[in-house]
Design a protein around this ligand. Structure first.
Ligand code: DGL
Length: 271
């Protein structure tokens, strides 16, 4: 008699690689871990070379290639470039080099312009994002009649990387960068660097709760899910996910920072 049993469904339990110049990409990885709880994750922070936002395009591309190659060597099934600066400066050449799906993070200018009633929108970014032609084209393409204020924020990433989120210096820099926003009468603010969601509370406190903050963790996670589904690459429903963390500057202080931001115990290994 013919065997009518359905072939067993095969799931892809390879990990998803996620990386950033440092801990900023954890804001994306947290959303992925929440929305896709069965997926194994490998997170890499290039802490030794952070911040990318004050580096040249050539340097950023070189580091992105090194980190992505390390993730490919760990057999990841897709890579999330959880860094706006790396995405706008290096994702095209990375996609040309690798055959696995690469998902990037770009400042959410389109939803911001759609949401804004005052048609005054601001974007907080790193210097290297602000200067990037691909980013400027994205703003021009999606601003939809809004006036868009682009605010580079040098110094903020370093403070977050050094676990100085609650320092006076951080408060002072935020005041300095946010003062023009208030003057420009914005009603929507895009967090165009994955480190900045860790400052959301402080930014809202400074600007007032009426200003809508927009980050990209949820849409990036949705895009990742779409891409994995299209590649039949989602993990099975009952799998127990593992999360592994690496840094190019693994130290006890780094591990504490990871745990503070991830809000769970973390084993941080050297890349
Ligand atoms: N978290 C990064 C971003 O989204 C990079 C910050 C940096 O290294 O300057 O742009």
């Amino acid at each position: 008699m013919a065997n009518l049993a359905q072939p067993e469904k095969v799931y892809d339990n390879r990990a998803i690689g996620v990386f950033d110049s440092g801990v900023g990409g954890l804001s994306i990885a947290k959303c992925i871990a929440k929305q896709l709880p069965n997926e194994n994750l490998i997170y890499v922070a290039d802490t030794l070379h952070a911040p990318y936002g004050e580096k040249s395009v050539a340097f950023i591309q070189q580091r992105v290639n090194v980190i992505a190659d390390a993730l490919v060597a760990k057999n990841v099934k897709a890579i999330v470039v959880a860094c706006n600066t790396a995405t706008v400066n290096a994702i095209e050449q990375l996609r040309a080099r690798l055959s696995i799906p690469i998902i990037g993070v770009e400042p959410a200018i389109k939803p911001a312009a759609k949401h804004s009633k005052s048609k005054h929108v601001a974007i907080l970014v790193t210097q290297a994002t602000a200067e990037n032609p691909r980013f400027q084209a994205l703003v021009a393409q999606h601003k939809n009649g809004s006036k868009v204020f682009i605010q580079p924020c040098p110094g903020l990433v370093e403070l977050i990387e050094n676990d100085q989120l609650h320092s006076q210096q951080c408060e002072q820099l935020l005041r300095q960068y946010l003062a023009p926003m208030v003057k420009h009468n914005i009603d929507t603010l895009v967090l165009g660097c994955t480190h900045y969601p860790f400052l959301s509370d402080k930014i809202s406190a400074a600007l007032g709760a009426d200003i809508k903050l927009i980050d990209t963790a949820a849409p990036v996670t949705q895009q990742l899910q779409r891409v994995l589904t299209a590649h039949s690459s989602l993990q099975g429903e009952k799998a127990k996910a593992e999360h592994h963390f690496y840094s190019s500057l693994a130290s006890p202080a780094q591990q504490r920072l990871f745990e503070h931001l991830w809000q769970q115990p973390v084993q941080l290994a050297a890349l």
